[in-house]
Design a protein around this ligand. Sequence first.
Ligand SMILES: Nc1nc2c(ncn2[C@@H]2O[C@H](COP(=O)(O)OP(=O)(O)OP(=O)(O)O)[C@@H](O)[C@H]2O)c(=O)[nH]1
Ligand SMILES: [Mg+2]
Ligand SMILES: [Zn+2]
Length: 290
Amino acid sequence: MIKVQTGQIIEYYSNTCRVVATDGIFKCRIQGRMDLVVGDFVKIKPTQDSGDCDAMITERLDRNTALYKSKDRKTKAIAANITHLGILVTVNPKTSLEFIDKWIVIALKSGIQPFIIFNKIDMLENGAYIVLKDLYTDLEVSSFAISAKYQTNLNELISYLANQTSIFVGNSGSGKSTLTSALTGTEILSRELSNNQGVHTTSVSTLYQVANNMKVIDSPGVRDIGIEHLNHAEILAGFKEINDFASKCVFPKCGHQEDDGCAVMQALKHSHIKESRYNNFINLNAAVRS
Ligand SMILES: Nc1nc2c(ncn2[C@@H]2O[C@H](COP(=O)(O)OP(=O)(O)OP(=O)(O)O)[C@@H](O)[C@H]2O)c(=O)[nH]1
Ligand SMILES: [Mg+2]
Ligand SMILES: [Zn+2]
């Protein structure tokens, strides 16, 4: 008989989940309408009455961080207690700069450290990612250039992720599952390795815990996501270099699109702000209401 204990959700289905706790991994029943996601810390207690479940969840502990997405005006948590968010950037599928900037905004708004992983470097002409790397080094966003498939340059990334809980985000096919397999040594189905169909796309969020206390989450909910739950101030906070100049604009409600008294437009003209960053800032602002 298992005792009452605290654990962390490592896999979440609609009314059951898997929890890693002090005494092992348990399949748990979710009681009522609890708002739970992968990464949540929960209290569990033994149960006999629920089919193939060993335990039930009685309580969710407070979250340190939570990652949200919006769709059709509804906001939903994707994962909890994450410290780092790795944005997978690939040439194929091509990752847009807007995708990168959007995820930086989302991470910073949630108190999560964003960083960039250039994946599939085996497919690149030497140095092709350097231009992109330069765009983000000034912003204190670390970046790594790797090949998940051929396990190239993983050591630096592994040290960076030690003692952290990370989630990888990227377009379908960017290599989130392949990277998670490489880091954890678990064979996770990727779009190439599948049971019987041609491809396997991740359909459930899983948290893997491995050596050096590295926890990584492979999730299907993190390809392209809506940001209607953000406001203009939160978007500005995600563009650190623009934020620095915005406080110097003459008009307090400056929209940063007219030259008149706008310090951001001046900075853009003098290349203190990169054009792609400015354009994405304007585009993301246009996508939210307040
Ligand atoms: N050449 C090359 N191919 C890679 C690399 N990493 C991943 N791939 C391939 O890219 C394809 C997609 O990889 P996945 O890991 O399934 O991508 P994913 O991001 O998990 O995709 P979804 O689960 O659909 O979101 C597979 O065929 C991988 O073998 C890499 O470093 N180099
Ligand atoms: Mg996957
Ligand atoms: Zn301005």
